[in-house]
Design a protein. Structure first.
Length: 278
């Protein structure tokens, strides 16, 4: 607790910082989010339920090896593993560097080659929060459809670009279905990370206007083959998307980096993309 002096009329303002989370509380919270009982996690991690109970209650301090093992069996993203390690008094296990860092030259070059190799079709690289990191030349004509150019300033968010009324929303033919698909994907990501920024983004996107999606049961095919239908002039382009991630990253930035690639869903779209590239 710190007291700051020098306010008018001799008033003092007290700033109370929130206590750092205990490692036991974090493990318990993540276990609940993963819908695992103490016994389930203990069996998977190869420790006794009694010991795990002591760790969660704060009666026992876990070793670094145990913390890392619990994080592994809870399937925590690298960023969250660092948080849990810090709460237990250990140094983070995974560094976080900007993609512009000299040590990331090889990774950045690999992403650039993937994006370039996907032309004449659109492809873009995004971070954990769907911020546009890089894109190939085929994305530029599509971004010209964005009416509110302020959405393109700085580092634009691609989900906001697609669903915002001033973004691509007016050009998306199947906007209701696409919005439902985007929110579903975002919900899956939030379940995995419980990220506050993603939760806020989901709330923002859900408030954007869109026609109601058709009421039908969601199936696995929707996750990989729901078309993204875009009206460009008097033509309708139809794409399916795939997501590529790094297989075994040891860096937080790389673990959160993904490449969204758009493939023509029909021959007409393929022909138009080749024409636009020319």
């Amino acid at each position: 607790m710190r007291t700051h002096h020098g306010y008018p009329f001799g008033m003092a303002q007290q700033i109370v910082s929130s206590p750092a989370p205990r490692v036991g509380d974090l493990i318990k919270d993540w276990r609940a989010r993963r819908r695992m009982s103490q016994l389930d996690l203990a069996l998977e991690a190869g420790v006794s339920q009694r010991h795990l109970s002591f760790v969660e209650s704060g009666r026992s301090a876990p070793s670094r090896e145990m913390v890392e093992m619990l994080c592994e069996h809870l399937d925590l993203p690298l960023r969250e593993r660092n948080v849990v390690l810090l709460s237990a008094g250990f140094a983070p296990a995974y560094q976080e560097r900007k993609l512009s860092d000299p040590g990331m030259t090889a990774a950045r070059g690999a992403v650039e080659r993937v994006l370039k190799g996907h032309e004449p079709n659109p492809a873009l690289a995004i971070d954990r929060w769907w911020t546009l990191v890089m894109a190939n030349a085929a994305v530029t004509p599509l971004l010209s459809l964005v009416e509110d150019k302020s959405l393109l300033e700085g580092q634009p968010n691609v989900l906001r670009l697609s669903l915002h009324p001033g973004g691509l929303a007016k050009s998306i033919v199947n906007l209701g279905q696409w919005k439902a698909h985007v929110l579903w994907r975002l919900g899956q990501q939030i379940h995995a990370t419980h990220d506050a920024k993603l939760i806020a983004l989901e709330k923002e996107l859900a408030a954007y206007p869109a026609p109601p999606a058709l009421r039908r049961e969601r199936n696995e095919a929707d996750a990989i083959a729901l078309p993204f239908e875009l009206k460009v002039g008097d033509r309708m382009l139809s794409f399916i998307t795939t997501t590529t991630i790094f297989g075994t990253p040891a860096d937080v930035t790389l673990s959160e980096l993904a490449v969204e690639a758009f493939f023509p869903a029909d021959a007409e779209t393929a022909a138009v993309m080749k024409q636009m590239a020319g």
